[in-house]
Design a protein around this ligand. Sequence first.
Ligand code: BTN
Length: 324
Amino acid sequence: MTNPTEQILSFLYKNKDVYTSGQAMANELSVTRAAIWKCIEALRGDGYEIESAAAKGYRLASVPDLLGEREIRLGLDTKYLGCEIHSLAEVDSTNSYASKLAAAGAPEGTVVVSEHQTAGRGRLGRKWVSPPGVNIYVSVILRPEVPPSDAPMVTLAASVPLTRAIKAYGLPAAIKWPNDVLINGRKAAGILTEMSAEPDLVRHIVLGVGIDVNMQKGAFPKELKETATSMMMELGGRVDRAGLLRRFLSELEGAYGMFTRGEKEAVLNGWRELSCTLGRDVKVSTPSGETKGRALDLDASGGLMVELEGGRVETLTSGDVGFV
Ligand code: BTN
């Protein structure tokens, strides 16, 4: 990192609990005090709140609520997730954008994030409501060396870090099969994975995640008002989106590592621990009809095992779960 503004920002971020004098920063970063002052003014112009106190120096008080590459990189502790970050003001769908990048050879770990989606997609052909500036819409390019039949497990594996990242804010998040994240029974986040594959090998997977972060109740369309929620609605306060995204990417790197190392049982156990589905009476809507019964467990590939009336167990591989 050679750009002095980024160096200064990173330094202030790491030392955000204390004041640092301009001279100490200049010594540490081998730049002049005049350069420090100029960069601090530039950062303030970009919306960074940097306090200065006589005889104490500077302290980073707040970061703008943006999903820019700079805001995301600040404190990102991943090894390869986020190796490339494409931050867009607006896009049709981050999944579509990431698919094109992946087809053109973008490396594993490339992240596409946007402030706004004009044609956000959800599971089962649904639309994903994606207003500007309040939520997270992110897609991650993955290139696991596995057969296409193993790909659904990636989605399942990703729902665990997603839930953990939301729980880290003190919210009682849990997973509704296969990968909806609910808070207090309402959906706050979802995952849509799209794959490009040859018969025996996955070329790439685009893992698309939408999190309703700072969305207000009034911003949800009528049909979602009773079933959807946002982290802010549940917490009663705004969430720092870049910090949440970093936390998710960091957790995801761990969970995806388990998947690529073939630790399937650990992935499944992580999911079981965070599930609000197992043990419940459910009705699962699939294209071929509705199945009602008790959700028993996941099978080895992540299918939902449902015990029907009469005791027969059916395993479902896709569908929409409702609680009864
Ligand atoms: C679901 O239906 O639960 C899945 C929602 C996935 C939405 C995300 S937002 C980022 C990415 N881009 C899209 O068009 N969809 C996914």
